[in-house]
Design a protein around this ligand. Structure first.
Ligand code: HEC
Ligand code: HEC
Length: 196
């Protein structure tokens, strides 16, 4: 039994009642349990709970400047673009280059655990390909991400020295490192919990 299952049903009931109008993709999937986990994974890429990162090399090498994003936040081809040797040298303006051994190990981990590309609104799909700066895909540029975050005013993000950028998931999502983006664990610095 998934320990979140009961909680999730409650969340679903609560969010459906309170926020019928702001239908967002993730909460429809909150009502998960182990039985439909496969289904769940196949149909939804941007969800409130993702498998945590379990690769020490990845956490160490890719979790120092920002959190180690869950592999499930991007489809395989986006991770492949990010992990290309040339791309790592100019990584969103930073140098994140790695030895070939580390690069290969992390690439394999990300590729194997990436989001399934079955759905059309996946990050990096036609809806946002090309809209990304420097040619590198972003989780934060995906249609699903924008849909979830479009009501948050810039002063709480780029104008907030404790956040700076949407890329800093864990600045607002207290359990982002565990892959838990559930709304109950949101605490925006200088603002507090999010109620919509
Ligand atoms: C030297 C610092 C540094 C390291 C190491 C680093 N990154 Fe980044 N990464 C950045 C910066 C800076 C950004 C852009 C953040 C922003 O726009 O606020 C970024 C952005 C990203 C994004 C896009 C986030 C978004 O906005 O959607 C992904 C994905 C990413 N990094 C993956 C990785 C991976 C994979 C590794 C390990 C190979 C890695 N990073 C290592 C500095 C780093
Ligand atoms: C400035 C604070 C902030 C940052 C940074 C941020 N988020 Fe969010 N996120 C929110 C808020 C607030 C909501 C709820 C929005 C709503 O319901 O209108 C949310 C919702 C979500 C949801 C849907 C949760 C649910 O229960 O349905 C997911 C998934 C999510 N964020 C993932 C991310 C990821 C991944 C990152 C980093 C790449 C990120 N967020 C960065 C504030 C933030």
């Amino acid at each position: 039994m998934n320990p979140f299952a009961c909680q999730s049903v409650l969340t679903l009931l609560l969010t459906s009642t309170l926020a019928m109008s702001s239908a967002h993709l993730a909460f429809a999937d909150d009502d998960d349990d182990e039985d439909d986990e496969h289904e769940h994974k196949r149909n939804s890429l941007f969800e409130s709970r993702l498998a945590p990162v379990v690769n020490a090399t990845y956490s160490e090498e890719c979790g120092s400047c920002h959190m180690a994003y869950q592999p499930g936040l991007l489809p395989p081809r986006d991770w492949a673009r990010i992990m290309a040797p040339d791309a790592l040298i100019n990584h969103y303006g930073d140098d994140a280059s790695l030895s070939e051994a580390l690069r290969a190990e992390i690439s394999a981990f990300l590729g194997a655990n990436a989001a399934n590309v079955a759905r059309s609104m996946v990050p990096g799909d036609a809806s946002n390909t090309g809209a990304v700066s420097g040619g590198l895909p972003r989780i934060t540029e995906s249609a699903d991400f924008k849909h979830e975050h479009d009501e948050i005013p810039a002063r709480l993000v780029t104008g907030n020295p404790e956040v700076n950028s949407f890329s800093q998931c864990n600045a607002c999502h207290q359990k982002a490192a565990e892959g838990n983006y559930d709304e109950r664990w949101i605490d925006i610095p200088g603002h507090g919990p999010w109620r919509d």
